[in-house]
Design a protein around this ligand. Sequence first.
Ligand SMILES: [Zn+2]
Length: 91
Amino acid sequence: MRIVCPFCGERELGEFTYLGDAKPQRPAADAGEDAVYDYVYLRDNIAGVMSEHWYHGGGCRAWLKVTRNTLTHEITAVEPAAGAGAAKVGA
Ligand SMILES: [Zn+2]
């Protein structure tokens, strides 16, 4: 599997680290202990198209949001994760 980093171009999988499901959103500060537990520990195990976080540690060291089919490994989108320099793409 190869990932096309928006900053570095197409690179081999060994340069990246899988960080898991990109869907969970950090709960508000006053959301309570159960909401924080769910955010930190509970993840879906989707068989199909999933939005995931990957870290390009062997390249630009950016966090990426990758849309991947977990059954076929087909990647349909790669974009910088929020706060990872999205404004720099194409600059
Ligand atoms: Zn990169």
